[in-house]
Design a binder for this molecule. Structure first.
Ligand code: ADP
Ligand code: MG
Length: 616
């Protein structure tokens, strides 16, 4: 029979470390939380080898008297809560009293601290959770924790650590999130003795938001202010034209604590309702304050989840405050002429096809564009609706052919490959363009509809793939465009620069996490180049593409094809249509766009005869 025993403390600390210390970034998070709880105004994070060999957090906070320092590394030792009620009204970032002992149990741990009222400091050395040495030393007021050889005594954990850049990416994310939450504190991040970030203390949180999330956010920044006595909101959010492909750029703080809260994220989206296209996410920072006793922060050991007592109330408050802030901006804008780039929905430039193989705006069309009314509400029925609010692409063929059930519409998917024996796209008789979205053609007995965007996407995709085998034609930008990325994004872009060069991109590091785009593939022209590069980077991060170079590049080519291709709502000349059909003939797989959607559908004669009851 086995006997029940109380675990030795070192072992129980190691077990706790399993939950609290997942990777170097979790150590950084816990140490930074302690520094902020200690009222620091300056914190420095030094890392070596992605946190594998060294993590050091130094602060100028209140420090600890010697007795407290000795206690701080004991399990359940905390200065932040004392009694039962305190747990239900937590105002600090930490409260569980397990971070320091957990970290110390899986590393070589050094603590130097001097309380602000003490004359000397204390140094404490530990290895694997055991105290090795305690000495009184001279030290500045504040605390410095050094963690060396993380997981040296838990090999299984150490094995799970990812590469230096990946771990460093997580650390940079943690520091950025902490810095966004505390604009009044200076944060420095150093990796392998190189200063990566230095966010100076600012009194206006907006400055910190722009510093951390990038200057592009400035354009049309939405400010949220709300206080109803229960919930207090303060936010700096991106305009609906500045978006990302993931929710990673959205930072939510609940009573000062960074939280990935789905309910609040959802509310924030609902506030943007109708302004974002599917798959677009705003960026920004939202601070929510509710009475401390109305939110439970003790949900998970890593403390990044919370539970509201009045979830629906908070949700609805966030949604309406965000919606209200956006409406304010609209009404300010609609009252006067405003630069087109600030429009909520930017119309695509009309394009003409040029010999060089790029689509560019023609002078007449440019002229037409600038004289066109800019007001969102002023579109006449014949005006093409702005891109992004129309269901501008057909779904799979079946939905395109079957809308009027019982009306004789065929429900069968056309057979994409064997439709035209011996017939080429360029042999089709072009009837015209429908809604500036579809090209309508006739082939013997059948009516063929092509989706112009999907078809052009396919053409560009194959061209780009082909061009990679030689060196893709590239065209220099008159004025290089710069993009600001975060640490993780910058690292992955840097890694793929040689691959991107084969596609015709000339992109160079421009100091820090900024890059200069100097040339772009000719097929792309100069359209949306920044957005495209950011989307590629986001896709690589999302898919963890670090190692799968070929897939990453294929994804990039798909994105390039999508960005470079003509859109729905674009009038094409007969010549342009002709060229497009010829190019489709040259494609290996002309029937599907790179994402798998059909480029064309067929309605046969029998379909019309049935619909008109010519035959029954
Ligand atoms: P918790 O933060 O949950 O209280 P920790 O194990 O993280 O638990 O820290 C234990 C205690 O050590 C804290 O309550 C605090 O009193 C003290 N402490 C830790 N880090 C610092 C620091 N950087 N400055 C001052 N005191 C600190
Ligand atoms: Mg703590």
């Amino acid at each position: 029979m086995s006997q029940i025993r109380i675990l030795p403390e070192i072992l129980s600390n190691k077990i706790a470390a399993g939950e609290v210390v997942e990777r170097p970034a979790s150590v950084v998070k816990e140490l930074l939380e302690n520094s902020l709880d200690a009222e620091s105004t300056k914190v420095v994070v030094e890392i070596e080898k992605g946190g594998r060999s060294l993590i050091r957090v130094s602060d100028n906070g209140i420090g600890m008297p010697p007795d407290d320092a000795l206690l701080s590394i004991e399990r359940y030792a905390t200065s932040k809560i004392y009694k039962n009620e305190d747990l239900f009204s937590i105002q600090t970032l930490g409260f569980r009293g397990e971070a320091l002992p957990s970290i110390a149990s899986v590393s070589r741990f050094f603590l130097i601290t001097r309380h602000r009222e003490a004359d000397t400091g204390l140094e404490l050395l530990m290895a694997g959770g055991k105290i090795q040495k305690v000495t009184e030393i001279g030290a500045p007021v504040g605390t410095q924790v050094t963690v060396r050889q993380l997981f040296f005594n838990t090999p299984a954990r150490r094995k799970f650590l990812k590469g230096i850049q990946t771990e460093m990416g997580h650390i940079a994310d943690v520091v950025a999130a902490m810095a966004l939450g505390r604009p009044g504190v200076q944060f420095k991040l150093v990796h392998n003795q190189k200063l990566l970030k230095n966010w100076v203390a600012v009194s206006n949180p907006e400055d910190r938001v722009i510093h951390v999330l990038g200057p592009e956010l400035k354009k049309g920044l939405i400010t949220v202010q709300h206080d109803d006595g229960y919930a207090q909101l303060e936010g700096w959010l991106s305009s609906p034209t500045v978006t990302r492909k993931t929710s990673r750029g959205m930072h939510i703080y609940i009573n000062g604590r960074a939280a990935r809260d789905r309910v609040i994220q959802h509310a924030l989206f609902e506030g943007y309702a109708g302004r974002l296209v599917k798959g677009q996410f705003p960026m920004g920072v939202l601070f929510i304050r509710v009475p401390f006793d109305r939110v439970d922060v003790n949900v998970h050991p890593a403390k990044n989840e919370v539970r509201f007592s009045d979830q629906k109330r908070v949700h609805d408050t966030v949604r309406s405050a965000v919606a209200h802030a956006l409406q304010q901006v609209d009404s300010q804008k609609w009252g006067r002429r405003f630069p087109q780039e600030n429009m909520l929905f930017i119309k695509e430039k009309p394009k003409t096809y040029q010999k060089t193989g790029t689509w560019t705006a023609s002078p007449q069309q440019e002229a037409k564009k600038t004289s066109a009314p800019l007001l969102k509400t002023a579109s006449s029925p014949s005006d093409p609706p702005p891109i992004g609010i129309l269901p501008n692409r057909p779904g799979p063929q079946t939905t395109a052919v079957k809308p009027a059930d019982g009306n004789g519409f065929s429900k069968q998917e056309p057979d994409q490959t064997s439709l035209w024996d011996q017939t080429r796209f360029s042999d089709l008789k072009v009837i015209g363009q429908y809604q500036d979205i579809y090209i309508v053609c006739e082939s013997n007995q059948d009516l063929i509809l092509l989706d112009q965007h999907a078809a052009h996407e396919r053409i560009l995709y194959e061209k780009l793939k082909q061009s990679r085998k030689v060196t893709a034609a590239s065209q220099g930008l008159l004025i290089p465009e710069t993009i600001d990325l975060n640490y993780r994004e910058a690292k992955i872009l840097e890694k793929f620069l040689p691959e991107l060069a084969t596609l015709g991109f000339e992109i160079e590091p421009f100091g820090g996490d900024t890059f200069a785009i100097k040339s772009v593939p000719t097929v792309l022209g100069e359209r949306e180049i920044k957005t495209l590069v950011v989307e590629m980077v986001e896709k690589w991060i999302e898919d963890g593409s670090g190692d799968a170079v070929e897939k990453a590049i294929d994804d990039s080519i798909k994105l390039m094809a999508c960005h470079g291709s003509i859109r729905a709502n674009q009038r094409l000349t007969d010549m342009e249509i002709k060229v497009m059909l010829e190019q489709l003939d040259a494609c290996e797989n002309p029937s599907n766009c790179p994402h798998g959607r059909p480029t064309w559908i067929k309605l046969d004669k029998a379909f019309f005869e049935k619909a008109f009851k010519r035959i029954v």
